[in-house]
Design a protein around this ligand. Sequence first.
Ligand SMILES: Cc1cc2nc3c(=O)[nH]c(=O)nc-3n(C[C@H](O)[C@H](O)[C@H](O)COP(=O)(O)OP(=O)(O)OC[C@H]3O[C@@H](n4cnc5c(N)ncnc54)[C@H](O)[C@@H]3O)c2cc1C
Length: 327
Amino acid sequence: MKILVIGGGPAGATAARLLAKKFDVTLIQDKNWDKPCGGGTKTKIFDEMDIPKNLIKHKLSYVYMCYKKEKIKIDLKGENLSIVLRKEFDKTLRDLAVKNGAKLYYGKFKKFEDKKALIEINKEKLLFDYDILIGADGVNSTVRKVLNLPPVPKTITHYARIDKKTDTCKFYFDEELGGKYYAWEFPHVNKTHIGSVDKNSFNNFCKYLNVNVKAKGYFIPTWEEGIIIKKDNIFFVGDAAGQVMPMSFEGIYYAVHSAEILANSIIYNLDYEKEWNKRFYKQFKFMKLIERINQTKLKNLMIKLHKLKKMRNFSVSLWLGKKFKKD
Ligand SMILES: Cc1cc2nc3c(=O)[nH]c(=O)nc-3n(C[C@H](O)[C@H](O)[C@H](O)COP(=O)(O)OP(=O)(O)OC[C@H]3O[C@@H](n4cnc5c(N)ncnc54)[C@H](O)[C@@H]3O)c2cc1C
């Protein structure tokens, strides 16, 4: 069986890597680009998915939650948050797919023609046939567009890299800095990656940090129930399926694991949507509720509750998906 994967980010590269063990897999990646991203992901993903640990640039055991004058330290119960450089991380995942037998082409999916996928490689237009096609081409998925499917719900974010060393991740929940969601600072070797939602909040955030930098706007999915993730022999995964955790906006972990669910569904002939719902639906739905609360006046209460150790432990166990003994 021929499987064509469009997009070699964490979702597409992982799907290609797992499926190449069984099928004839071709992976198409636009270019070796550096995805704008905080690069923060759960450390457990490296063991769970056998990803080389030398990709980890920082291992963090605590983060800060900031609101008004409060700065609450959240103990992550071990070095449970890792930071990767996306260019290196994504390329390594693609290399692992190639190692398992996937054919990798740097080119761009344009449209369908005669039930084949038209890919532009070095200005040459080539037709690729397939039995199954996987759309892992990110939040602005061209595969979705050319199939006339509704786009994934998304919000704009503004992002920049600044010349500053930071020790850990900080999340700012003040409306003027983080708008409807939050603003953030993530350490990245000798730099710090910063982001917020709308341009106004980003500019306020820059003033707050006392930096002068131009932001670029990028979209991030805002997951909602009912996003179409399958149409006939075409499947969507990762950002192209909207699979980003509400509230935390964590996408890497869920892109990789959703790709694993998709690969297993193809290998064992299971219903992808059902399998995904079994694993993640409840968690996504619950976090959507928390996200909505964060957008109301109850935000104040939610932050205050995090002054309580019990609440902090609850949030961390929710995030990591495991329970901790009382300490
Ligand atoms: C500013 C910002 C900060 C973020 N920070 C974090 C964070 O700290 N932690 C976290 O977990 N998540 C974060 N995310 C979310 C995370 O980046 C995504 O959820 C994740 O990258 C999804 O992986 P993916 O493989 O589905 O999509 P992508 O990473 O977007 O990969 C899609 C790939 O498809 C390729 N492609 C696109 N169109 C075509 C085409 N037509 N033909 C061929 N190839 C194509 C692209 O080049 C890209 O490599 C952040 C997002 C943004 C915007």
